[in-house]
Design a protein around this ligand. Structure first.
Ligand code: EPU
Length: 332
């Protein structure tokens, strides 16, 4: 158990922010002790890798961070493997482990920043896969020290969302996540430029696909160690067919994804790009020059600088397309 007074809060935006108290724990027992000893006073916030957070100032409360590790096989047969993984395991280390062991399912989610616990809260997704497709259960402990295991179908998963994002669930901390992965060879290749990129390789296997996903991501998304960012800053808006048809008349080349019969997802990145924001700065905050969905800290930005840019971008999209886009990143 570690306690650090006024400690810097880790965040991939590279914002210089501190917490009044920063607590880390490495096991469920340690978390139980922190709760019992009354260390976790309000306000408190449990973070993962800080890869989807925008701190608008110092946090005047307790920041909690899990360091629960371990990747354990809890059941297996010829076709599948069931795993129980600590919330503090770095997501991409988990993906690398699965690829190494020949387990299918996580590879399209290679290189997503963050940790296993947060992956289950945020329902991370990329290249045609969402983590909810792989999750079987989520183990938790609440602020009263009560343990509860949620089955996947109780987690209320939808696009970048789950019950764990509800305000009243802020008092529920993820301790372990259960995954079921396949041992049978199968790949998800029909998204974006995966097939095109694969042509550079002699064939496909888990390691090659992981490499392909990593190269596609690296070509578009900035490395937070070099340029502060939180991945996609906005969610892709979903509109009705009626709204979509009107827009399509005006913008025949607009990309879109059908989601059932009446719901159409429009890439926010494309709209922001069309508004001319790509590569543009507002003070020390900027819209990334290779992917307009990503806002970056060019150095020395504050949370307020990023919020100002976010507001300006949203206003442009509203004006040009009549659509409200909403941040995917959580403002604190
Ligand atoms: N586009 C542009 N200009 C841009 C950006 C995008 O014209 O500056 C166009 C692209 O050409 C493409 C379309 O918009 O036709 C969609 O772009 P892309 O395939 O890059 O994906 P996205 O919708 O921008 C989503 C996820 C990403 C995920 C990728 C790949 C969200 C909010 N974002 O981005 O997730 O990696 O698909 O699956 O759903 C994240 O959540 O942090 C994240 C990076």
């Amino acid at each position: 158990m570690m306690e650090h007074e006024m400690r810097k809060i880790p965040n991939t935006f590279g914002l210089d922010v501190e917490a009044a108290v920063f607590l880390e724990y490495s096991s469920v027992e340690e978390l139980e002790k922190l709760i019992a000893a009354g260390y976790i006073t309000s306000p408190y916030l449990h973070i993962g890798g800080g890869s989807n957070l925008l701190f608008t100032g110092d946090y005047k409360g307790v920041i909690l961070h899990s360091r629960i590790g371990g990747i354990e096989v809890i059941a297996e047969d010829e076709e599948k493997v069931a795993l129980r993984v600590g919330a503090g395991v770095v997501w991409d280390d988990f993906v690398a482990y699965c690829v190494e062991h020949g387990w299918y399912g996580t590879e399209n989610l290679s290189l997503i920043p963050g940790e296993v616990g947060a992956s289950a809260v945020q329902n991370i997704g990329a290249y045609g896969v969402e983590v909810k497709d792989l999750i079987s259960f989520v183990e938790t402990m609440n602020i009263e020290g009560v343990k509860h295991v949620y089955r996947m179908d109780e987690c209320g998963y939808s696009y970048r969302n789950s019950i764990f994002k509800r305000p009243e669930m802020k008092q529920v901390f993820v301790t372990y996540v259960g995954f079921t992965l396949s041992k049978k060879e199968h790949y998800m290749l029909d998204y974006g430029t995966i097939r095109q990129e694969l042509e550079k390789y002699p064939g496909v296997d888990l390691k090659i696909l992981r490499q392909v996903i990593i190269s596609i991501r690296e070509s578009k998304l900035p490395d937070p160690k070099l340029l502060g960012n939180a991945g996609s800053f906005f969610m892709n808006p979903v509109v009705s067919r009626e709204v979509f048809e009107v827009l399509r008349k005006q913008y025949p080349r607009m990309p879109f994804y059908e989601m059932g019969t009446d719901r159409i997802k429009i890439p926010a990145g494309w709209m922001i790009d069309q508004c001319g924001w790509k590569g543009k700065s507002l003070g020390p905050a900027a819209v990334h020059d290779k992917q307009a969905l990503v806002l970056v800290n060019r150095g020395g930005a504050t949370g307020a600088d990023i919020v100002a840019l976010s507001d300006a971008v949203r206003a442009s999209v509203r004006e040009k397309f009549g659509i409200d886009i909403h941040p995917e990143v959580n403002f604190i």
